[in-house]
Ligand binder design. Structure first.
Ligand SMILES: O=C(O)CCC(=O)C(=O)O
Ligand SMILES: [Fe+2]
Length: 299
């Protein structure tokens, strides 16, 4: 097991208008290597690898093609912890050992304190994604105002994670960096409901996620913002600003929190940072949980 520090979340606050924490080196290089290798095997075997997934007790396979992401191909997507019902309840399932025992990802996230006020005090649902630059498609629909369109480069369209979860999400990055952008809706359109509102195309916060880091979004950033990963094969910085397109350049909000030499050099000296295949673990606490036997009645 990783024996480990209690994290002081306030030290990791990303400067900006909403509650975001960035913890670099959240998991060790050894743990990251192991996890990425496991996820690669698991995702490329369509989740049907009982050795890794924890035997019949963890039915990753049946979660394939979840109704929450009908557009995403099964090889790029899995969930652990269980599937969500149509009324946003989690059908309880055991977590696989590689998030609970070794490596102890869930315990480590608990030590950040980010889930201290969540209903179960820890994540009970983890989505694993693989993003391959330049191939295929990878996105979720959720509650996005603009439904995602297929694309050749993998990213994730602006979306909200929605009301099924307690408003905290922790995303661990493995193997490659990427840039997470947070957006808000344009104001004064269509009343208070978010659905149907248009998204302000200028991100309010852009955070560079290094491999082995965790980014935690909560409160207002969870509840009233959207997040996305742009579908680019490389990121470009000019004079310390990230190039979004020809007319938009933005600062990297966590530039003072980066630790890897390549990321530090990139943000300070500019240039390009090529994305490699990235694996992510998106960890949340689903508020409502139902046991299968409660759904189907006891025998
Ligand atoms: O994979 C990621 O880094 C983000 C995924 C995400 O936003 C989600 O699953 O809701
Ligand atoms: Fe999301």
């Amino acid at each position: 097991m990783d024996s480990e520090p209690i994290f002081n979340l306030s030290e990791h606050r990303v400067p900006g208008p909403a509650t975001c924490y960035y913890i670099p080196d959240f998991i060790t290089a050894r743990t990251a290597c192991l996890l990425a290798a496991l996820l690669k095997i698991l995702l490329s075997s369509g989740g049907n690898n009982s050795l890794i997934a924890g035997g019949s007790s963890c039915s990753l396979l049946q979660l394939w093609g979840s109704s929450r992401s009908p557009l995403r191909s099964s090889q790029e997507f899995t969930e652990t912890g269980g599937e969500l019902t149509s009324n946003n309840a989690l059908i309880a399932q055991p977590m696989p050992p590689f998030v609970e025992s070794y490596p102890d990802i869930i315990a480590r996230l608990q030590r950040t304190g980010a889930f201290a006020r969540s209903p179960h005090g820890k994540p009970n649902h983890i989505i694993m994604n693989e993003y391959r630059p330049g191939q295929g498609e990878c996105y979720v629909t959720y509650f996005a105002a603009n439904p995602p369109q297929p694309s050749d480069v993998q990213g994730i369209m602006p979306h909200e994670d929605g009301p099924a979860y307690h408003p905290v999400v922790a995303t661990i990055s493995l193997q490659s960096h990427c840039v997470f952008h947070y957006y808000r809706y344009k104001e004064d359109e269509n009343g208070p409901e978010t659905a149907g509102k248009s998204i302000d195309p200028t991100p309010v916060l852009s955070v560079l996620l290094e491999p082995r880091s965790v980014v935690i979004s909560q409160d207002d950033l969870y509840a009233s913002h959207l997040h996305a990963i742009r579908e680019v094969e490389e990121d470009v910085i000019h004079s310390t600003l990230l190039e979004i397109d020809q007319s938009m350049r933005l600062p990297i909000a966590n530039r003072d929190k980066l630790t890897s030499p390549s990321a530090i050099q990139f943000v300070n000296e500019g240039g390009t940072l090529k994305r490699e295949t990235r694996y992510s673990l998106t960890c949340r606490d689903v508020q409502k949980v139902v046991q299968l036997k409660a759904l189907f009645g006891k025998r």
